[in-house]
Design a binder for this molecule. Sequence first.
Ligand code: BGC
Length: 255
Amino acid sequence: MTQKHKVGSAVLGIDIGGSGIKGAPVDIATGALLAERVKLETPQPATPEAVAQTVQELVAHFSWQGPIGCTFPAIVHHGVTLSAANVDKSWIGASAQQILADAVGQPLLLLNDADAAGLAEVTFGAAKGVAGTVIVLTLGTGIGSALIVDGRLVPNTEFGHLQLKGAAAEKYCSAKIKDEQDLKWKEYAQRLNEYLNHVELLFSPDLIIIGGGISRKHEKFLPELKLRARVLPAALRNDAGIVGAALAVAHAGMC
Ligand code: BGC
């Protein structure tokens, strides 16, 4: 499918993950995808140059001309990727936003993947209109986090790297660890409960939102959790990154 889009309330959202790079044009007023989303395989090794090439292919697929929002699964500080827990180490210290913008020849904003999910949830999902402190946690290969205080995102919180049992919490209770260690739902819920209690002790959130692919099965583990805070599954599942990336562009005044 090839189609032209005019610059307006539409922004191309791209979500870079360890196995796939997904994208679709997004109506930022409603959060609706304006075309079927496209997923390309993440190149291996996923070096900045190789990923930039795949992002460029995605942009070309939509014949996109206009602003682009793009997520990345690491700390993104003023366009520079500062960590690489689950991606190629060559991203550490790379001017990632510039590299991707140069590759596609369009204005492009890069942000952390969980921060994008947080923006999507606070604008259109489970955190919409919620006052106080909201923490969105995405359980996947790692654990991503977004901290939202009275509707405003505090970026790059990295709560998946809080220390638990002598290591990063994401090594104890990410969805990948559940699979790798073949944990039953009950065991997994116990681990998650330990982690979330720690998060609760440190931040006293009013609401915790659980996202990531595993949140599709939220009824298997959310009822087991014992927390003071309210806990809800994410409302925007697979598209949270794409929609949030597009919203970030609007927040930055790029469209
Ligand atoms: C990274 C975060 C990312 C999360 C989810 C973690 O390992 O450090 O930046 O948001 O994985 O992809």
